[in-house]
Design a protein around this ligand. Structure first.
Ligand code: ATP
Ligand code: MG
Length: 156
């Protein structure tokens, strides 16, 4: 499905549309065993990957400010009282930005393999191509494209 978003508010609506599609979808760890739901966010700098993740977080009931994990690499949010809008089975949203990494090994040292094992984890990764060597082959993919100042293409 290809969406055109002309504002952050529209991106927020597209994120709401996306959530039901991944619930109970692809859950495999590296050895093919059921595990976390992994979503790879592909697209250039400023194409809207963080904005989209922040929208998803809001829909899932995260109240705290979700800043970009570019410098800390990984942020873990607890989904305590699942949102009423999307009462899903995830208990944690893990937001990763692999931009500053060179290979998957660096993510493994942050305990990535453990995170992959838990079916209650929703893992969203910006710049997944940097760590593709350790990602499950069946992850969900979203492509972001910068069209103009306020327009983005979002495809999943
Ligand atoms: N339609 C839109 N959808 C999403 N973001 C938009 C839109 N129009 C403008 N923007 C702006 O574009 C910027 C997108 O930045 P964002 O940090 O989400 O990109 P990113 O893909 O995560 O980049 P990076 O690779 O640097 O992490 C934000 O400042 C946001 O306000
Ligand atoms: Mg980002």
């Amino acid at each position: 499905m290809l969406y055109s978003s002309k504002s952050v508010a529209e991106t927020n609506k597209i994120a709401a549309d996306f959530l039901p599609k991944i619930i109970g979808s692809l859950t495999n760890d590296q050895s093919g065993v059921a595990g976390a739901t992994v979503v790879g966010l592909f697209g250039d700098l400023g194409s809207g990957k963080t904005t989209f993740t922040q929208s998803l977080g809001k829909h899932l009931g995260i109240k705290e400010v979700m800043t970009s994990p570019t410098f800390v690499i990984e942020k873990i949010y607890l989904l305590k009282n699942h949102s009423e809008e999307f009462p899903v089975a995830f208990t944690r949203l893990i937001h990763i930005d692999a931009y500053r990494l060179e290979k998957g090994e660096e993510l493994q040292s942050l305990g990535f393999a453990e995170l992959l094992k838990d079916p209650k984890n929703l893992i969203l990764i910006e710049w997944p191509e940097r760590v593709v060597d350790i990602l499950p082959p069946k992850m969900v993919k979203i492509n972001f494209k910068f069209v103009s100042e306020f327009e983005r293409e979002i495809e999943f």
